[in-house]
Design a protein around this ligand. Structure first.
Ligand SMILES: [Fe+2]
Length: 188
């Protein structure tokens, strides 16, 4: 998925976009059940692309601003970022497992539970802090977030095949996250 067809459009503050991404992630994760092997693999790529680009963009463009609000806000950011790091660890494990194995399915089920719980907690604890910001700041954060998210490469590295080799389904997830972080930190 190179674009984000579920985008909420240009209107509104940052919270609108974060909620729209959470909704789309939940739909994608729910939609994995009952798919054939090829379709499921494509669907999983969409999950990884959206999850990684959403989380890294939040981490780089949104959380630093929330963190500055207060000590309590900083504590909330640390908790949410810890959950995001955990999701990345699940993706790293999934990357090494063959789809259809018990281990893969257990890891995927755990990722789904964790991602949905994290999104819920973020909506309860972080979105109210964003909603309290002045409107120009919320709009500026929305622009920064959308731009950061759009920089996520569809493939982990240039020239990577559409499908990872062998029986791996996800490809190097950490590489995708790292490339996006590097691009954002170098001011791309
Ligand atoms: Fe989020």
């Amino acid at each position: 998925m190179g674009s984000f067809p579920h985008d909420a459009g240009d209107d509104g503050g940052i919270e609108v976009h974060l909620r729209a991404d959470h909704r789309r992630l939940a739909e994608l994760l729910d939609g994995l059940d009952g798919l054939g092997e090829t379709e499921r693999s494509e669907h999983l790529h969409d999950v990884v692309h959206l999850l990684v680009s959403h989380e890294v963009a939040e981490e780089e463009a949104v959380y630093p601003v929330v963190r500055r609000q207060s000590a309590e806000a900083a504590r909330i950011c640390d908790a949410r970022l810890g959950e995001q790091a955990e999701a990345e660890r699940h993706l790293d494990k999934l990357e090494r497992l063959a789809p259809g194995t018990v281990e893969f399915e257990e890891e995927l089920a755990q990722l789904r539970v964790d991602v949905l719980e994290h999104a819920e907690l973020e909506e309860q604890s972080v979105l109210p802090l964003l909603a309290a910001l002045a409107e120009p700041d919320r709009e500026m954060l929305a622009r920064r977030y959308l731009r950061a998210r759009s920089l996520a490469p569809t493939h982990p590295h240039p020239g990577a095949p559409d499908r990872p080799p062998g029986n791996l389904v996800l490809g190097p997830v950490a590489a995708l996250a790292d490339r996006l972080r590097d691009a954002l930190r170098s001011g791309a």
